[in-house]
Design a protein around this ligand. Structure first.
Ligand code: SF4
Length: 344
């Protein structure tokens, strides 16, 4: 047994709830069987770190609104299966809408350049890790003089969400990928606000060590932050990625599935690039979606319930027929519990 495992197994103090913010952490924790190491008083709960899961029904309905008007919607694969109020993008495609899977925002720009008779919209969702690629795509489209490319944005940034989630857990397992871009100063600021956590890598031993660091620090009774992924995550983050976001986007209020509207937690195109904002370009009306009332994704994303507490889990809702976003995405909590047989 390693020292880190010993620290975890021998912990007998007050209950520690640790929220793994990143969906990749959730899957790796299951894959490596790390939950089996934990005593009863250490609980891992899943958080809102999957971009597909936190994208609300409104956004899917907006994408459907575009697709049903003959506009070509380009997107990463997962989003086409996320239910809107009435249907998903895959269903719209089966009845003739142009919904095209791409592997990068630049692929969508290339498609727009090759098809000047089509209006092409890229669905830009994701956190600080993926938004720089969408920003570069818009810069590229502007330089190329493309008039038929735009973004429908639902990009989100994590710092404000931590404040909203602070009461859900004693400490966060901060997402390694996002931290590579943002750097670590925001976590020092959160520590000043009494919010604790550690940045963790994705290998089993890195996650176990990060949990042990949380346990050791929690015992001291003070807010804490430690970077347990120092070879990859630097204090200054990735300045080039931050700069491209700053050149093209500006902060905005954003709606998160399960968390509601969080002020200044989103990114939209700034004035220089507003010609590439699909909502403005196509004079989209305000669209309000209706989530399936039986689906408990919102509570799962807040850490208020486990996927198997949802009455649809594993029955009406499974990875072949997902009823909610958390079962669609490969990073989603429900898909992780389903895939690894938890709760059965
Ligand atoms: S099991 Fe399905 S319906 Fe229930 S919360 Fe998860 S995704 Fe939503």
């Amino acid at each position: 047994m390693t020292d880190a495992e010993k620290t975890i197994r021998e912990y007998t103090g007050a209950k520690i709830r640790i929220m793994e913010v990143c969906g990749t952490h959730t899957h790796e924790i299951f894959r490596h069987g790390i939950r089996k190491l934990l005593p009863e008083n250490i609980e891992l709960i899943t958080g809102p770190g999957c971009p597909v899961c936190v994208t609300p029904v409104d956004f899917i309905d907006e994408a459907l609104w575009l697709a049903e008007r003959g506009i070509t919607v380009t997107t990463f694969g997962d989003l086409v299966r996320v239910p809107g109020s009435e249907k998903n993008l895959a269903a719209a495609r089966s009845t003739g809408a142009k919904v095209k899977i791409v592997y990068s925002p630049l692929d969508a720009v290339a498609y727009a350049a090759e098809n000047p008779c089509e209006q092409v919209v890229f669905l830009s969702v994701g956190f600080e890790t993926t938004v720089p690629a969408a920003c570069l795509a818009v810069e590229h489209a502007k330089k190329a003089g493309l008039k038929n490319f735009s973004l429908l944005t639902a990009n989100k940034t994590m710092p404000e969400a931590y404040g909203v989630l602070a009461g859900s857990a004693e400490a966060f397992l901060y997402p390694g990928h996002v931290s590579v871009i943002t750097g670590t100063s925001l976590y020092e600021t959160l520590k000043q606000r009494g919010i604790s956590g550690v940045v963790a890598g994705f290998a089993a031993e890195e996650i176990i060590r990060a949990i042990s660091v949380i346990v050791e620090n929690f015992k001291k009774g003070e807010p804490f932050f430690e970077n347990c992924y120092p070879n990859v995550v630097k204090a200054e983050g990735n300045p080039a990625a931050v700069r491209v976001i700053e050149r093209t986007m500006t902060a905005c209020d954003s709606e998160w599935r399960g968390l509601g509207i969080i002020p200044k937690s989103g990114l939209k195109l700034n004035e220089t690039y507003e010609a590439f904002d699909a909502r403005l370009k196509f004079e989209m009306p305000e669209i309000k979606g209706r989530a399936n009332p039986a689906c408990r994704c919102g509570e799962v994303l807040r850490g208020d319930c486990r996927p198997y507490d949802c009455p649809l889990f594993g029955k009406l809702c499974n990875t072949e027929n997902p009823v909610g976003a958390c079962m669609v995405s490969s990073e989603g909590a429900c898909s992780a519990y389903f895939k690894y047989g938890i709760g059965k």
